[in-house]
Every structure is written in structure tokens, then in C-alpha cells.
Design a protein around this ligand. Structure first.
Ligand code: FEO
Ligand code: CA
Ligand code: CA
Length: 631
């Protein structure tokens, strides 16, 4: 079998290679773009206090001088192009867990020549770590970590093209995906996984799950293996995460579409497949080994993936549940807040060029110790509409607003949001809720199609509002405040917290917002979390070439933002090629766990183990040398 793609191509570029967008937006979009550019210049950073609110673009003098005194307990570090992790002086890091590391005794560690066996992978830490959460039970701490996708040429080190050649390879691919749940412990200053802990669990592409919510049991969900439309095997491309106040983990299925292919090359693609990027050829060729992934045999199987999945990480026997009420799209994370009236609100991005930002508002009310089983199954899904006057509305996705049945809204959510008139966004990644006030932040990572091409549904992507730059290469962070501090309200106001850019290369809006300087610049904000103090940690998944438009930006990194002052400071730089993604804290907040996804190798060897090893995604534990709180 030949490799149908460059294994290092991003999911976004892969999908667009398969589904090229038309070359132009409509004339109306161009006119609208010109208008909204002016609106943007007057409004950026409207929420910012003091100096940060003054400037509008990189053309303003005093970019660096505008910064007020830092509230951070570290000296920011420079960019790096080295194949290692760097943290500020006074901080240390160690590897906690890495791909292929056994979670149970009697399991072999990764074999460099082959990438290991499927049987070992089923009992070992998964690949490509992403969103994670730490849960406590008494003095014990349990880490739940997403394993988003795979490094196919590393995992299948036995196959030159990185594609499965037999059922064993396919099984290994399935076992490396999903979620790893592991008890962790700190002993003599070092964190490690507790081998054979009763909490240790691997959730993979084969783990039995339930389908719940309005789409459960509908004809859209039925397959030969599951005529009830209520049971499904597995989860994959688990990107960002979330946690509920009742202690469950939310794992979010992102680029689920790329795992399906067709044995019938003439099969006609449905409009829904086209909208979701379901193609006749898959990324990893699983359809050749498992009919479930063959669209010609199971056309409904894709409808059963692309959800937020909830499970109890403290109960290894619990059955994960796909919560269809939260919609089906390329879920990034699921940021859960308890509204003032007790309803649960979940904010979610759909990470694709020109797709939408969503929220779910539960029908029921959360009470501590009460029944939480149905809270994420009944409620209303909304998509965001932003206006250039710095206000916005949440558009309810209902049969009345979309012309679609409730189960169709849950399964074909993108089409529902298009019908309602939501705003096409620059790839919404993580949403983070401020811990002290009703204020939300979403990383809009980048969008090379902004102002140039419509989304996959044909919706125009005009320049304007929170997406103010054509062919947006650097990304920005939009924030909004719900009307009256009520997360269930339909109205909100918004501004841009920051626009990433390169002030060393550009003097126009590509220089970024005034709180971006030569000393803290980066591109492509992605992972975001607030710590308990109200600092916003920002992780990047961007261009690490350190050349051209991105000169001086180095490897992917993690920064900290202070929304009170606008200050942003670089805290960590990752190794070559990696994406820094996933952040959680130990129960005492003296350790930050940070995900290093798909690191690379150079002449001096692979990260993290050096010469003669394979590069391995890993979780690192970062601490202060003085034992102080870190988040
Ligand atoms: Fe898996 Fe949108 O990042
Ligand atoms: Ca991400
Ligand atoms: Ca990303």
C-alpha cells in the first residue's frame, strides 16, 4: 500500500488537500472586510486596563515601554531551537510519562526497531499526548491524558511508509489512540506512574462506549454491528479535554473524519461527508483491516464519532459515554462552568478553518451530590455570532432556527450552525474560563483562508470582527463577557485579548497587538488554561521554522498571560518539531504537568532519550526549585 500523504502534514492541510476550497469569497465579503477592518482598529483590547488598551497596532510607538510591572514569579526565557525543554531559572523539569511506557508490569517498553507490539501498546501509555486533567481521591492522584493521534513512522518503525501492512499493525494503531489514565506519585522529588495501580486504564479505538443524548438510537447512528444506534467502539483523535464539577473527564474527538475510507472508489460522497471532510481514502488505511472504517460497508459509522466523551477516571470499569447533545464537530476542548443558576454551560471550539464557536446550556441544574447523569444529555446548543460593534449573540440551534430535527442538529451540527447564521472563525482551539469572573477566552490559532476562501459548507469568511486579518498566519485570542455575567444569556460583548504576530518582521497588523514584543512573540496559540490565580497559560502549535515570517519565534512554547495588565511572558520552550499541548496541576499546585507532543530528533538524538532512541511524546513535570506554588 502506498502512503497517501506526508505523515507530517497537519490534519487541516490533509483535509484541504482532499477537499480544496473554491478560490474566492463573494464580492460582499470583500466589501464587508474593508468596513470591519476600520471597526477593529478602534476596538481592539477594549477590555484591557491601562497601557495595554491604548495602542491599536504595531505601528504605535512605545510597544515594549507600555508594559507595566510584572506580576509573574519568573524571568521570561528566550526562544529556543534546541532539541530540549527550557524553563526559567529557579524551575526544573523531568519526564513523567512517555509514549509506549508500560503502565502494567510484564509489559515490554518500546522496541526501537519495530515501535513495539499491539499487545504491549494496549497496556502502555498512548501516543501524542494532548489535553489532560489530574483527579484526586484521598491522597492519591490520577492523571487522565488524551492520546490524540500517532506518529505513524515512529509507531510503525517496522514499516518504511508508516502505513499498516497487517492486522497487527492496525491493532497497534488503534491501541496507541484514545486516553491513558494512570495513578501518579511524587517520591523523593520525582514524579512517576504507579505501575499496576488499580486506576490505570487504557481507553482505545476499541473500547466499548454508550451513545447518549438526542441522537442516541436514531437511524443516523445505526450500523450492522449496532442496530440500536446506542453502542459504539472507541474514541480517537482526542484533542483537548475538560472536567466536570462532579469529577468526570471529558475527552474531545477532533479530527475523527480522517480515519474512514472506502473500498468502492466510485462511492458518492454525501453533503455531510463533504462538510466534515470524510473522504474515500483514510489517513492510516484502517479500512483495509476493519470494515467499520469502510464507508462502502458502514456509511453511518462516521456519524458515531466527533463528540465529547465523558467518563469517570476513578472507576476503571466505567463505560464512557458519547454526549451527542454537545454536538458533532472537530471538538477542541470542553470548558465547563457552573452558571449562577446552577445550569451547566460548556464552551467548545470547532477547530477547522471557517468553522464555529459553540456553547451548550443544560436543561437541568447541578447540585453537589445530586444526580448528574443526564446533565450533558438535555439542553440547548448555541453557535456564536460576532458583530463588528463588539457585541455578539449566541444563536440557538433548534428545529425552528435550523429546519433540522433534534438528532440531525446533534449529528450534523456544522450544517445547523451554518443555517442559523453563525460567524465563521479562524480555527477555534481551546476555550478557557476566567476563574474569578464571567469571562471567556478562545484561541483562534490561524486561518490561511481568512478573507480568501469559504469554509467547507460554502459560508463566506469575511475579514472582520474577531477575525480581523486576511490569510491570518499568526492567530489571536478572542475574549467575551456574557451579558449580565449570565453564561446562559444570549448576548455578550467581546474584544481581542491579543493578536499574535512578528514585530521584528512586520510593521502592519502582522506585527501583532501592542502586548506582543520581540521578547515574547509567538505564533498559533492553541492550548489555553487559567490557573487558580487568574493567569492565562498559552501553548502554541505553530510554525517552528524560525525563518521568514516566523523568524525569531523558535520552537513551540508555553507562555503566561496576565489579563489584568496585558503582559505575556515566555515560560517554557519545547524541543524540535513538538507541539506544546495539555496542562494540568498537581493537587498541591506545586507541579505543572505539560504535554510535549510529537517531538523530533536531530544529529544528537531524539527527545527525550537521546541517541539510538525513537522520539517519544511525553508529559513533563515542572516545579519550582524552592517548592513554591506554580499555578
Ligand atoms: Fe488537536 Fe485543534 O488541536
Ligand atoms: Ca490543539
Ligand atoms: Ca493546533
Amino acid at each position: 500500500m502506498s502512503t497517501p500523504f506526508d505523515p507530517e502534514m497537519s490534519f487541516d492541510d490533509y483535509d484541504e488537500m482532499k477537499d480544496p476550497r473554491p478560490e474566492t469569497n463573494g464580492f460582499d465579503a470583500v466589501v464587508e472586510a474593508a468596513i470591519s477592518r476600520r471597526g477593529f482598529l478602534g476596538g481592539v483590547l477594549a477590555f484591557g486596563s491601562g497601557a495595554m488598551a491604548m495602542g491599536a497596532t504595531g505601528l504605535m510607538p512605545g510597544r515594549a515601554e507600555a508594559m507595566v510591572a510584572s506580576r509573574f514569579a519568573f524571568t521570561p526565557i528566550p526562544t529556543s531551537t534546541a532539541n530540549t525543554v527550557n524553563v526559567p531559572e529557579g524551575y526544573t523539569w523531568q519526564v513523567l510519562a512517555k509514549w509506549g511506557q508500560p503502565m502494567f508490569s510484564g509489559v515490554a517498553d518500546v522496541d526501537v526497531e519495530t515501535g513495539g507490539t499491539a499487545a504491549a501498546q494496549e497496556k502502555a501509555f498512548g501516543d501524542n499526548t494532548d489535553g489532560m486533567e489530574v483527579f484526586s481521591l484521598g491522597h492519591r492522584q490520577i492523571l487522565a491524558v488524551n492520546n490524540e493521534y500517532i506518529q505513524s513512522k515512529v509507531l510503525l518503525a517496522n514499516r518504511e511508509d508508516g502505513m499498516p501492512a497487517d492486522a497487527e499493525d492496525a491493532a497497534k494503531i488503534k491501541a496507541a489512540h484514545g486516553v491513558s489514565v494512570a495513578e501518579i506519585v511524587e517520591e523523593e522529588g520525582q514524579w512517576r506512574i504507579v505501575l499496576d495501580s488499580p486506576f490505570n486504564r487504557r481507553i482505545t479505538m476499541e473500547t466499548p462506549m454508550e451513545i447518549t443524548g438526542p441522537a442516541a438510537g436514531s437511524d443516523l447512528m445505526k450500523t450492522a454491528a449496532d442496530p440500536t444506534g446506542t453502542r459504539v467502539l472507541g474514541t480517537w483523535n482526542n484533542c483537548g479535554s475538560g472536567r466536570t464539577p462532579w469529577g468526570t473527564f471529558l475527552t474531545c474527538e477532533e479530527n475523527f473524519n480522517g480515519y474512514f475510507g472506502s473500498s468502492d472508489a466510485a462511492l458518492a460522497r454525501t453533503p455531510a461527508w463533504e462538510r466534515y471532510g470524510v473522504n474515500l481514502e483514510s489517513r492510516y488505511g484502517l479500512e483495509h483491516f476493519d470494515p467499520r472504517f469502510d464507508l462502502a460497508k458502514e456509511p453511518n459509522e462516521p456519524n458515531r464519532h466527533g463528540y465529547v466523551v465523558e467518563f469517570d477516571p476513578l472507576d476503571p470499569e466505567s463505560t464512557p459515554k458519547k454526549r451527542t447533545a454537545l454536538g458533532r464537530f472537530k471538538h477542541e476542548n470542553a470548558e465547563v462552568v457552573v452558571n449562577g443558576d446552577g445550569r451547566i454551560v460548556v464552551y467548545m471550539g470547532d477547530d477547522e478553518r471557517g468553522e464555529f464557536l459553540y456553547k451548550f446550556v443544560s436543561e437541568g441544574v447541578y447540585t453537589v451530590g445530586g444526580d448528574t447523569e443526564g446533565l450533558l444529555d438535555a439542553g440547548t446548543l448555541y453557535a456564536a455570532q460576532f458583530s463588528d460593534d463588539m457585541t455578539g449573540r449566541w444563536l440557538p440551534l433548534t428545529p425552528e432556527t435550523t429546519g433540522m430535527a433534534p438528532e440531525e442538529i446533534c449529528v450534523h451540527t456544522r450544517m445547523a450552525a451554518s443555517a442559523a447564521g453563525a460567524t465563521t472563525m479562524d480555527r477555534p482551539e481551546w476555550v478557557a474560563a476566567h476563574p474569578h469572573r464571567a469571562e471567556l477566552y478562545c484561541a483562534l490559532t490561524n486561518n490561511k483562508n481568512r478573507g480568501l476562501k469559504p469554509n467547507a459548507g460554502g459560508d463566506a469568511t469575511p475579514v472582520g470582527g474577531p477575525n480581523p486579518r486576511e490569510a491570518n498566519k499568526f492567530g489571536q485570542i478572542v475574549r467575551w463577557r456574557p451579558e449580565g455575567g449570565d453564561h446562559a444569556a444570549e448576548g455578550f460583548t467581546w474584544d481581542l485579548y491579543m493578536m499574535a504576530g512578528n514585530p521584528e518582521v512586520f510593521e502592519d497588523d502582522r506585527a501583532g497587538s501592542p502586548n506582543v514584543t520581540a521578547g515574547n512573540m509567538f505564533n498559533s496559540p492553541d492550548g489555553m488554561r487559567f490557573d487558580s490565580r487568574g493567569f492565562l497559560w498559552i501553548q502554541t502549535d505553530g510554525d517552528y521554522s524560525n525563518e521568514g515570517d516566523f523568524a525569531g519565534q523558535g520552537n513551540n512554547q508555553m507562555l503566561v498571560g496576565d489579563p489584568a495588565t496585558g503582559e505575556i511572558a515566555r515560560f517554557l520552550t519545547g524541543p524540535l518539531k513538538c507541539e506544546v499541548t495539555g496542562l494540568a496541576w498537581s493537587a498541591d499546585r506545586r507541579t505543572a504537568f505539560v504535554g510535549i507532543q510529537h517531538p523530533g530528533a536531530d544529529d544528537e538524538g531524539a527527545f527525550p532519550d537521546g541517541p539510538g532512541t525513537l522520539p517519544r511524546s511525553c508529559i513533563i513535570a515542572v516545579k519550582r526549585e524552592d517548592g513554591g506554588v506554580i499555578g
